[in-house]
Design a protein around this ligand. Structure first.
Ligand SMILES: Nc1ncnc2c1ncn2[C@@H]1O[C@H](COP(=O)(O)OP(=O)(O)O)[C@@H](O)[C@H]1O
Ligand SMILES: [Mg+2]
Length: 290
């Protein structure tokens, strides 16, 4: 896709609205901003007490390796946002943590100290049940013809009993009034914001420690975007959840998250505190629209 001044083909708007950088240009330029980010620095960013770690991961789909020697550390109760061009492999990082990719090398660990555990080979069900990792699925994941409460109960399908799932759902209704008010409504009548809240809540039925969130703002009206980030903020700061997210809206994502990682072509290009990355001129130019 070639785009010059006035060219309005899909791309990132940068500064003047007539100047658009194509996705390919962003990828090419982002490639050049890559610095070697040492393992030491990544551990430090996680206060030297990583709770979720990815070490030297090589992973992809079929025979295709998408992530090359990728390392990530996040402490308990910390949040981390992955940004980067389309197709960089951001979602693949979340898929790999949850067990949806083919892993060619490297390891994934969860837990601190003696409780630290290699979860690399666990299936997604076991990641959720035994390792406390939940992946928040979007959009088509809600069952439209089931009620809100039935959808929540489904989130507890791995629990030992229906009553345990129902009890967990009640805790969620007690926390989120706007969901409780809708409990007997079919999910199909929910607004975009309520549906996203249901998607998040359904993942909470299993009381996970780690939330993997892929593009929480996608497809939402601005007022709902703020609501969703507020919900995630509460989950992190009140409930102590560890959050790893991908966000196309890099500004929102970096404002929200303690740590930011820039991923380019399956490799880490930059990493730092979210509020530092947001001030980085290259990040601003390529991902923040100005
Ligand atoms: N299920 C899949 N099977 C095969 N290739 C995939 C699959 N999902 C993603 N890919 C490929 O992996 C690469 C990274 O994709 P993805 O992780 O979705 O990027 P991002 O989230 O950064 O936009 C892309 O080239 C994409 O086409
Ligand atoms: Mg993605």
């Amino acid at each position: 896709m070639s785009v010059g001044p006035g060219g309005r083909a899909g791309g990132y708007h940068v500064g003047d609205v007539d100047t658009v950088i194509s996705v390919e240009d962003v990828a090419r330029e982002a490639e050049q901003m890559r610095v070697v980010v040492g393992a030491e620095k990544l551990r430090k960013l996680a206060h030297d007490r990583p709770f979720v770690s990815i070490e030297g991961l090589r992973a992809g789909y079929g025979n295709m390796e998408i992530l090359h020697d990728f390392t990530l550390h996040v402490a308990k109760g910390q949040s981390l946002c992955l940004i980067g061009p389309n197709g960089a492999g951001k979602s693949t990082v979340l898929h790999s943590i949850f067990g949806f990719t083919r892993i060619f090398g490297g390891k994934i660990f969860v837990g601190e100290g003696a409780a630290r555990r290699d979860v690399t080979p666990l299936t997604a069900d076991r990641k959720l049940k035994e390792a406390g990792i939940a992946y928040i699925l979007q959009d088509k994941s809600v069952f439209p013809d089931m009620t809100v409460e039935e959808n929540l109960w489904m989130g507890g399908y791995l629990l030992h009993s229906t009553s345990a799932a129902k009890a967990s759902a009640e805790r969620i209704f007690a926390k989120y009034d706007r969901l409780a008010a809708r409990r007997r409504h079919k999910a199909r009548v929910l607004s975009g914001g309520e549906r996203r809240l249901l998607e998040i809540s359904r993942a909470l039925v299993m009381e996970p420690e780690v939330l993997l969130v892929d593009e929480p703002s996608i497809g939402l009206e601005p007022r709902f975007i703020d609501m969703v980030f507020q919900i995630l903020d509460d989950l992190q700061h009140k409930d102590g959840k560890t959050i790893i997210m991908v966000e196309q809206n890099a500004k929102k994502g970096l404002e929200f998250a303690d740590l930011g990682y820039v991923l380019v072509s399956g490799e880490l290009a930059l990493a730092g505190p979210g509020d530092e990355l947001i001030k980085n001129p290259d990040v601003a130019r390529l991902f923040l629209g100005g």
